[in-house]
Ligand binder design. Sequence first.
Ligand SMILES: [Zn+2]
Length: 321
Amino acid sequence: MNGWIQKNGQPEKDVMERINRYTRRPYKAEEVYTFSVVLCDNEVDRDFECFTTKALEKLAALFVGKTGILDHDHSTRNQAARIYDTAVKVFPEKTTSRGEVYAQLTAQAYVPKTAETESFIQSIDSGIRKEVSVGCAVEKRTCSICGGENCTHIPGKLYSGERCVRILDEPVDAYEFSFVAVPAQRAAGVTKQFARKPKKEVCSVEDILKRLETEEDSVTVSGAGFAALKAELKTLKMRAEWGERYRESLCGRIRKYSAVAQPQFSRGLTDSIVKHLSVQELEEMADALGKMAESRMPVTPQLAGRNNGTEKAADDRAFCI
Ligand SMILES: [Zn+2]
């Protein structure tokens, strides 16, 4: 599928206003040559691919302002045509091979009339140049048979009488276009690229570490990602504070029990032991010392009063301290 060119008449005033948005100085109508280009349509192309009408509408917005190279030779890069307007033309009476209402993405382009562009303008006027080659990137490419994006159906093949086609949707970029001189090469036409899936937003420290370890050298964080990271940091700080408080309470218990269970240990010695222990080890130590201290502690009078049988034993234990 190739796009094609249609001749235009002298540009009107409103057209000149649009064109002059792109020029360094205001051009007069007689200084520019304008023409229409059909960039692409929703018919199935030679690659057994087709755009959705919605995709054409998105492309219409993406192609405005894009330039067309007059020749494939990039040395003449300055001599470019520019798209100043686009539209999706719908043909309600015409249907595509897939049975959809036929639609075309058309563009209005201009080229300044100069000595350099004279032959180009003549080639359009004379009908030598009829076609354009356009390029764009799409994000979605689904199978017409199963609706999947990564299936084994082969485009162009028939499956139960239905031809497999790849349906192109969600265009994300449109590139500059070029003019194809006749005889039109079969290879010319719409170049489509499958856009790389946008990367998942980085929004946690873990995401960043994972990316840096597995995929890339650097990570870009968006505004929303940055806000998420800040919130995560705040939560982490709060949790760290809770953890610190818990650790401190465990150390307090250990000091207290240690004074009873192992009074020969100075406070400084206990402190330097607990300093290097993990929270789990501190918990274990607090439990163990708690039990030891309990067995050494004198039974309180209240408790002793209630249980006379243990009173004597508790008193004996009190002497051990
Ligand atoms: Zn499929």
